[in-house]
Design a protein around this ligand. Structure first.
Ligand code: PAF
Length: 280
């Protein structure tokens, strides 16, 4: 497995693969791997001859009051896991390699970023879209793989690819869960033992939403949301950021239940903000 730390090294590697007529798959990550990341790498292998994983905790997608400094990192372990999963190259740039000090060009995906996490994390998707566009330009992958846990991110990237004519196939992968249903996330590492017990509230609320719609024939999104709110707030340490019910394609909220229905949640458990979603 190659470890590439500069854009120049990435370009040289990509050129070698292209000369050998090999296709390239990319898994963009911020590291601190869990089973979810590893499933993305395995999926990527099914779509391309070569798999490149980028590990970069992208500063431009964090607001000043967020967890950029404390974001969990363990590069040695990540490299070992990537190697075990047959990754061909890891791109591990530092901030200066990725961003020129005078950087001032941004990719803004409108509409889709107005609600959900876009509302609570202003500027977040501008940072995500910009860094992903930079990675696409640099690596020119044939396919790129993202997790559906960040469902809004996945839709934003799909939109950007369509709007800016990137020649890359975007592949979304199912959420990988712990035994009790908690969606795997690097940020789960922040949870205390007691908070970890409460963190299952997101999955339980999504299961409740599914039952209400599929079995009880709920028709009002407000009623579904009220039931989810009550369920989540029955767990200690929780504070709801948002409960969203809407159209999975355009991410517009819905008043009446219409299927497919996206139910997406962001909940603080202690000071850790967790997200999860389901499409019913
Ligand atoms: O999902 C993530 O880990 C990040 O948002 C991404 C896509 C790697 C961009 O920094």
């Amino acid at each position: 497995m190659k470890l590439l730390q500069s854009k120049k090294a990435v370009r040289q590697q990509v050129l070698k693969w292209r000369k050998a007529s090999e296709t390239i798959g990319l898994v963009p990550t911020m590291g601190y791997f869990h089973q979810g990341h590893l499933s993305l790498m395995d999926e990527c292998r099914r779509h391309a001859h070569r798999v490149m994983v980028s590990i970069f905790v992208n500063p431009t997608q964090f607001s000043p009051n967020e967890d950029l400094e404390s974001y969990p990192r363990d590069i040695e372990r990540d490299l070992e896991l990537a190697r075990e999963h047959g990754v061909d190259a890891v791109f591990l740039p530092d901030d200066n390699e990725m961003y020129d000090p005078d950087h001032c060009t941004w990719v803004i995906v409108d509409n889709l970023t107005k609600g959900l996490c876009g509302r609570s994390r202003p500027g977040h998707f501008r940072g995500v879209a910009t860094v992903v566009a930079k990675l696409f330009n640099l690596i020119q992958p044939d396919a790129a793989v993202f997790g559906q846990k960040d469902f809004q991110q996945l839709q934003v990237i799909r939109r950007m690819v369509a709007d800016l004519d990137f020649a890359v196939k975007i592949i979304g992968c199912p959420i990988v869960r712990e035994a009790d249903g908690l969606a795997m996330s690097s940020r789960n590492a922040y949870l205390s033992k007691e908070e970890r017990r409460s963190a299952v509230c997101l999955f339980q609320a999504l299961c409740l939403a599914s039952r209400l719609v599929k079995e009880d024939g709920a028709t009002s999104c407000a009623q579904v949301k009220a039931a989810l709110k009550e369920r989540i707030e029955s767990f200690p340490f929780t504070r709801i950021d948002y409960i969203f019910t809407g159209d999975p394609e355009n991410l517009m909220p819905l008043e009446e239940v219409k299927r497919p229905l996206l139910v997406a949640l962001a909940v603080f458990v202690g000071s850790t903000r967790l997200i999860d979603n389901i499409i019913i």
